[in-house]
Design a protein. Structure first.
Length: 163
């Protein structure tokens, strides 16, 4: 966001919780101050929470937020490229077919439990518990991307505890 110059104020636009775009004139005189002020406005709107639209599907969330986050961690050296590729494969093979088309607002713990049960019921040979744990770790990571909120405004994925 560039500050428009002396005597003029920035007017950033943001989507409100109801999905409508709104603009607000900021009092900041510099770009840095404008960024700080716009973050404060958004934090006030979201009550300090990271809001993810409940209309978004799990697959859209993975493509928009989760995979870019993993790639950023790999670029920074905090995750290995192999680990990122493994998580991408786990998502593609296990999570996407069962949960990918569900809207975040519709995902319930029973959906994750059904994913786990299907992996354990696979015939002729069920998946190893380590594989299931790794897939659940991907689901938990998606949950951490969503993190918090109620289903009316945002969505939260719940993962049942291991039995």
């Amino acid at each position: 966001m560039a500050c428009p110059g002396p005597g003029r104020r920035a007017r950033p636009a943001a989507n409100a919780v109801d999905g409508r775009q709104r603009a607000r004139r900021l009092e900041a005189g510099s770009e840095r101050a404008a960024l700080r002020e716009s973050r404060a406005v958004l934090a006030g709107r979201d009550k300090g929470e990271r809001v993810v639209a409940a209309e978004l599907t799990v697959d859209q969330l993975a493509k928009r937020d989760y995979f870019p986050m993993l790639e950023g961690l790999a670029t920074a050296g905090r995750r290995s490229e192999r680990g990122v590729d493994d998580d991408r494969d786990r998502y593609r093979l296990h999570v996407k077919p069962r949960l990918g088309e569900l809207r975040l607002g519709d995902v319930e713990p029973r959906h994750v439990a059904e994913l786990i049960a299907a992996m354990r019921a696979r015939r002729p040979k069920p998946y190893a518990e380590a594989t299931i744990d790794n897939v659940v770790a991907v689901v938990r990571a998606l949950c951490s991307v969503v993190s918090g909120g109620d289903k009316g405004r945002s969505a939260r994925l719940d993962v049942p505890e291991r039995s």
